[in-house]
Design a protein around this ligand. Structure first.
Ligand SMILES: CC(C)(COP(=O)(O)OP(=O)(O)OC[C@H]1O[C@@H](n2cnc3c(N)ncnc32)[C@H](O)[C@@H]1OP(=O)(O)O)[C@@H](O)C(=O)NCCC(=O)NCCS
Length: 229
């Protein structure tokens, strides 16, 4: 059967879940993004380089990689009240081989550990596999970021390998852990990935309704700069 090329399904304005809703970034959100970017703990958890970078460089990155029509990036909002709490991106789309890389930052500390990141991850993986018809989603994470690893495991990601002692942090070297989830694993696990209740099942199978906008996907080779996880 020919794939559904309805652009509004492929790049929707919103991807709704139970706890969070993913919405396209807007330029006026830059100050919030910059605050997250400047947060030392977020930098420690997400970036290889934590050296100086100007606000203007961050702004250019935000506009070109998160706001631009061809950026497959979403702001994470709480479903209850619509508070902006983070950002999540698909990058390095390889259409020939059906793979993509996943990135996420919940920038607001008080929103860590409430299930929001897990659900946002499941929504993005569901979208990549169920709607974009991709075969695998990969990511990398520092081995000390145990909260992130746990969230990814809950969605169904498996550890595929490690780049040993790739990052110097807190006075020692740590591995970069590579994780991935395949379409077959998502199909098997996705329905139960975030709790197994009926609502979680609705979310984790992709929440295919409500997709109502689209732009082309980023080209092969698109990646988040500045070493962002
Ligand atoms: C990583 C991140 C997306 C996870 O989202 P989250 O909403 O905080 O996480 P969740 O609440 O969905 O799930 C976290 C899980 O880890 C567990 N956890 C929390 N803190 C933990 C810790 N220090 N060590 C191990 N597990 C931890 C939680 O208990 C939960 O598992 P459970 O449901 O089995 O109890 C979010 O914390 C974040 O963006 N952090 C800052 C940036 C970052 O690290 N990005 C990822 C880069 S790879």
């Amino acid at each position: 059967m020919a794939p559904d090329l309805d652009s509004r399904r492929w790049h929707p304005d919103a991807i709704p879940g139970r706890l969070v809703v993913l919405r396209r970034h807007r330029p006026e959100q830059f100050p919030t993004y910059l605050r997250w970017y400047r947060d030392p703990e977020v930098a420690r958890l997400t970036r290889f380089q934590v050296g100086p970078i100007t606000d203007e460089e961050v702004r250019r990155f935000f506009l070109s990689r998160l706001v631009a029509p061809d950026a497959f990036a979403y702001a994470i909002h709480l479903a209850d009240g619509d508070r902006l709490i983070g950002t999540t991106t698909l990058s390095a789309l390889d259409a020939d081989n059906g793979s993509v890389l996943f990135h996420i930052t919940v920038g607001e500390h008080d929103c860590w550990g409430h299930g929001y990141g897990t659900e946002a991850t499941a929504l993005m993986v569901g979208h990549a596999i169920d709607t974009l018809l991709l075969h695998r989603v990969g990511l990398s994470v520092f081995e000390f970021n145990t909260r992130a690893i746990r969230a990814y495991e809950k969605v169904g990601f498996r550890v595929e390998g490690r780049t040993r002692e790739a990052v110097w942090r807190d006075g020692r070297f740590w591995d970069e852990v590579h994780m991935g989830i395949l379409e077959s694993e998502w199909r098997r696990r996705g329905r139960h990935a975030i709790g197994g209740d009926r609502e979680a099942e609705r979310i984790s199978i992709g929440a295919g309704d409500g997709h109502d906008g689209k732009d082309p996907l980023p080209a092969k080779g698109f990646s988040t700069r500045y070493g962002e996880r």
